[in-house]
Design a protein around this ligand. Structure first.
Ligand code: SAM
Ligand code: SF4
Ligand code: F3S
Length: 465
């Protein structure tokens, strides 16, 4: 194979499948072909898209944010809620029109949706203009699939099983070099009764500590300031999550670390102690509670009670009274009464989250909850969601007040919404902070004294030294 290997821009040795496709591309296109990639869903999918981009870039593709200029369109899909499904099918209608204008356009649909057999069946039957279909395991085989389409005009529909795990040790082409996500594990074993993720992402498997640390070291060496460790339940990381945090904390450099997500059944005092004691770990915990009612939590198969959840919160607040929590909540779970929903509202007041991510329950075929009667109408679910968000807005505004007069470390990333001259970024506590400062400060840590709390952010000014 050695004589087949050529070096790509990153200095890596290209594999034969990538060489084969890049040669075909060179013979077909006068200019490097453009790829438009649209990512739906969570941070894990964004990270997968960056892997796909790395493969495509090795093969000679460049990237565009305009689908009408693209030679290849990739939709990396999400299956977590019905509306994510609907958006993909909706967008495909528009891409079909582009394909009618340009028959050489290649359309690829991949990700969590196409890991489901019923979706692959629909793609095969009714979406003949989609050239490549694969699920959550196949990114590494993309050059072979594209070659098949380009060279032989064949449509490729492949569903991969967990035997294709090698795709997981792939490089990412990151568009943001200052903030980067690093997957530490894949899959999920929890089978929350409403959730499709374990079915489309398989069982949990953890990356080696050394692989994660090497990647973090490289990113930091290249100027990265914020690393987000990714996993559906980072607390069940096989080699010990707190140990991993300690190892990362020991890496030299001016950077901070976040992580997503923690499952309350596995998050304990040790985690809170680590967050509070390790200087590079952000002082914030995203701890999805889903519901504030024990009966609903049981039906959701979450394996903790509200009391157990509150024990973690109380322990953290004992150690640091202003400790920051955010959470996920589902409203309108099958059989949820208004009283049970009110228990969730009570929990919001009891915990005082800085922010919540709330969703209306969406029935996912194949999950346990899909067998329960979805007896809350869409209209009711919408009303519950609005009620919850309104309640939270007041809590956020009052609770963020605890930071007024304090100085926080902020990593500004963009222009602010507050007005001319403002820039905006997140504090270690994961709270948006806006302050007046030159755009040259973007992407560097700034100490900001907080002067005002709003219901969506904090307002501050650069601290006088
Ligand atoms: N693994 C993470 C966890 O357990 O916190 C998050 C996984 S999921 C991608 C993100 C959020 O989507 C969940 O916390 C849950 O609130 C929501 N979610 C998952 N399935 C849902 C469904 N069927 N309907 C509505 N929301 C759902
Ligand atoms: Fe879904 Fe539960 Fe796994 Fe999170 S922990 S991905 S909600 S099954
Ligand atoms: Fe993420 Fe959606 Fe898949 S939330 S894991 S992209 S189902």
């Amino acid at each position: 194979m050695k004589n087949l290997s050529i070096s790509c821009g990153s200095g890596d040795i290209l594999s034969p499948d990538r060489i084969r496709l890049s040669q075909l591309i060179k013979s077909r296109y006068a200019q490097p072909p453009a790829c438009y990639i649209h990512t739906y869903g969570c941070a894990q999918n964004v990270s997968d898209s960056e892997k796909i981009m790395h493969v495509l870039s090795d093969c000679g593709y460049v990237f565009t944010d305009k689908p009408e200029n693209a030679d290849l369109i990739v939709l990396n899909t999400c299956a977590v809620r019905e509306n994510a499904h609907d958006r993909v099918f909706g967008n495909l209608g528009g891409f079909k029109k582009l394909k009618q204008k340009n028959n050489d356009l290649i359309i690829c649909v991949c990700g969590c949706m196409t890991q489901q057999k019923q979706v692959v069946d629909i793609m095969e039957k009714s979406y003949g203009f989609v050239d490549v279909v694969f699920g959550t395991y196949g990114a590494k085989q993309l050059p072979d699939m594209l070659y098949e389409v380009m060279k032989n005009g064949k449509r490729v529909v492949r569903s991969f099983d967990e035997g294709d795990l090698i795709s997981e040790e792939m490089k990412q082409l990151r568009s943001d070099t200052v903030r980067a996500s690093v997957p530490i594990m894949y899959g999920c074993n929890n089978f929350c009764s409403y959730c499709i993720v374990p079915y489309v992402r398989g069982r949990e498997r953890s990356r080696e500590v050394s692989a994660v640390c090497d990647e973090v070291r490289e990113l930091v060496g290249n100027g990265c300031k914020e690393i987000t460790l990714l996993g559906q339940n980072v607390n069940s990381y096989s080699y010990g999550f707190v140990k991993l945090l300690e190892r990362i904390n020991d890496i030299e450099g001016d950077f901070r670390v976040r992580f997503l997500s923690s499952h309350p059944k596995d998050a304990g005092r040790e985690l809170i102690d680590a967050i509070l004691s390790l200087d590079k770990v952000c002082k914030h915990l995203h701890l999805p509670v889903q519901s504030g009612n024990d009966e609903i939590l049981k039906k959701m198969n979450r394996h903790y009670t509200v009391g157990e959840y509150l024990k973690i919160v109380d322990y953290a607040r004992e150690k640091d009274p202003s400790f920051s929590f955010t959470t996920d909540i589902i409203v309108g779970f099958p059989g949820e009464s208004y009283e049970q929903f009110c228990d969730t509202k009570k929990l919001l007041h009891r915990v005082r989250f800085d922010n919540i991510f709330s969703y209306v329950y969406s029935k996912r075929s194949g999950t346990k909850a899909a067998q329960l009667e979805d007896n809350v109408s869409d209209k009711e679910k919408g009303m519950l969601l609005r009620e919850l968000l309104e309640e939270q807005r007041d809590i956020t505004e009052k609770w963020l007040g605890r930071f007024v007069g304090k100085t926080l470390t902020v990593l500004p990333t963009e222009k602010g919404r507050t007005g001319e001259g403002y820039i905006s970024g997140k504090s270690d506590e994961n709270i948006i902070v806006e302050f007046k400062g030159g755009e040259r400060l973007i992407n560097s840590f700034v100490r900001v004294k907080i002067i005002k709390a709003m219901n969506w952010a904090l307002l501050g000014e650069i601290e006088d030294k």
